[in-house]
Design a protein. Structure first.
Length: 130
């Protein structure tokens, strides 16, 4: 994937981050997934008073794609209000492992605006598949 497309995905994630509902932590996160057909699905984190019932931005975006019948994931961009690389949590990594190919790009942006790209297989090398 080229850097222009990666930047577009980062910008989509930043846009979605603004929709986040994080009253307890104020840790706002946005994510955007790119499908093989070029369609982009976005998600943001939504907190609940019962922390076990919150949803991360990554899962929100992934589940949006799946409920729309999409399964051909290419990449996911993740951004947060920290303006630094925000890696997916363990639960999100497991969901990614189940629904995305191991060569899916995980696109993050560092404090200086540099794009960093990781492969899912490197972030979660021994996930559980049914």
């Amino acid at each position: 994937m080229n850097n222009e497309m990666r930047r577009k995905l980062i910008e989509a994630a930043k846009e979605e981050r603004e929709r986040s509902h994080a009253p307890a932590t104020n840790f706002k996160v946005g994510a955007a997934v790119l499908m093989k057909n070029g369609k982009i699905y976005k998600g943001c984190n939504i907190e609940s008073k019962g922390f076990g019932s919150l949803i991360c931005a990554e899962r929100d975006a992934i589940f949006e794609a799946i409920t729309d019948g999409e399964h051909d994931f290419v990449a996911i961009a993740i951004v947060s209000i920290t303006n630094d690389e925000t890696f997916p949590c363990g639960i999100c990594r497991q969901v990614m492992y189940e629904f995305m190919p191991e060569d899916t790009e995980i696109i993050l942006e560092d404090r200086e605006g540099n794009i960093k790209v990781y492969m899912l297989k490197d972030l979660f090398p021994h996930g559980y598949k049914l």
